[in-house]
Ligand binder design. Structure first.
Ligand code: AMP
Ligand code: TRP
Length: 340
């Protein structure tokens, strides 16, 4: 059975429906997905099963899931070119995760940085799902025979684990059941840093008020957050990695405007940090205002959004089911071939 009919490389990525999406998610993930839609065959998923691996609010999960989906479309993911779906709508994810669980040594999971960090933060509330998180992520990736997995630096270890699981199962089963994926870490804006602490990555789970610029923040809030951004006591406006706050603002400006570093340094020659902060805010606002407008249009019609997600799930399942059956078969299961 051929794994992929298309000659294009396959991409799979996902975002959890927890917290508020921010400009780091946009510049480090969504914008790149949108820009490379034609080059690859794309599967973008809202990973709701992953979102319940930490304590969460059931009454918010549904809305957060719609929110992330609407934001994918508002940022420019085009459902005619990319498959967008919710992870829990395709039950193959949980099924393959179980098969992979039975082939993943505990020691491999115990080494995961994210598990160590989160289990430390959540002492007393550490569930099996948190430990098993990377195996579910491996199932997400392997079900679609993904060649490329665009993720932030922090998720690289999970993609490497996926490779290890796939390679060890392929070799144990003596056949190439799973495609071995590559992590793909974007260059520019791979790490947008927090405005209040430019040594820390901007994160959905940090709740200090001037840390992250939300994709749904109002213009005046965006301006206020940038104005309060931590910088240094220097004067010249240059790309200098040692000056963390300044470098972060310049990188955001560069990603929002698409200008070269030289042009940006020339533009800010003789200007001060006040000007820079105002201009970064303006560039951000003009970039995200049309996204916010589309977002409002999409969320005004939740039934249409749900229909798009249902279609996405059907297209995703058509691919995922073939891989799952291939895995069941190779692992020796008797399959009933029931109609789903
Ligand atoms: P998360 O917010 O951790 O669920 O991540 C969702 C996606 O956004 C992942 O692909 C991350 O790599 C990306 N991302 C999250 N935070 C940042 C950031 N501060 N800078 C760049 N990319 C980010
Ligand atoms: N763990 C990823 C994150 O927190 C989200 C995720 C789940 C994912 N499954 C995935 C990313 C599969 C890429 C591919 O960012």
């Amino acid at each position: 059975m051929t794994k992929k009919p298309s000659s294009k490389q396959r991409v799979l990525s996902g975002v959890q429906p927890s917290g508020d999406l921010h400009i780091g998610n946009y510049l480090g993930a969504l914008k790149n997905w949108v820009d490379s839609q034609d080059e690859f065959e794309n599967f973008f998923c809202i990973v709701d099963l992953h979102a319940i691996t930490v304590p969460y609010e059931p009454s918010e999960l549904r809305e957060k899931t719609r929110e992330v989906a609407a934001m994918y479309f508002a940022c420019g993911i085009d459902p005619s070119r990319s498959v967008v779906f919710v992870q829990s709508h395709v039950s193959e994810h949980a099924e393959l995760a179980w098969l992979l669980n039975c082939a993943t040594p505990m020691g491999w999971l115990g080494r995961m940085h994210q598990y160590k960090e989160k289990s430390e933060q959540q002492k007393g509330q550490v569930f099996v799902g948190l430990f098993d998180y990377p195996v579910l992520m491996a199932a997400d990736i392997l079900l679609y025979d993904a060649d490329r997995v665009p993720v932030g630096e922090d998720q690289k270890q999970h993609v490497e684990l996926t490779r290890d699981i796939a390679q060890s199962l392929n070799s144990r089963l003596g056949q190439s059941v799973f495609t071995i994926p590559q992590p793909f870490i974007p260059g520019v804006a791979a790490r947008v840093m927090g405005l209040d602490d430019p040594k820390k990555k901007m994160s959905k789970s940090t709740s200090t008020p001037h840390h992250a610029v939300g994709l749904l923040d109002e213009p005046k809030t965006i301006l206020k957050k940038f104005k309060r951004a931590v910088t240094d006591s220097g004067r010249s406006i240059r790309f200098d990695e040692e000056r963390h706050g300044l470098h972060n603002l310049l990188s955001i400006y560069q990603s929002m405007t698409g200008e070269t570093a030289e042009a940006i340094e020339a533009h800010f020659e003789g200007k001060g940090y006040g000007d820079l902060k105002r201009e970064v805010a303006e560039a951000t606002i003009s970039r995200i205002e049309p996204i916010q407008k589309r977002y409002r249009e999409i969320t005004d019609d939740p039934a249409a959004l749900d229909r798009l997600l249902l279609e996405g799930a059907e297209r995703a399942r058509a691919v995922a089911n073939v891989t799952l059956e291939r895995a069941f078969d190779a692992m020796g299961f008797l399959r009933p071939r029931l109609k789903k």
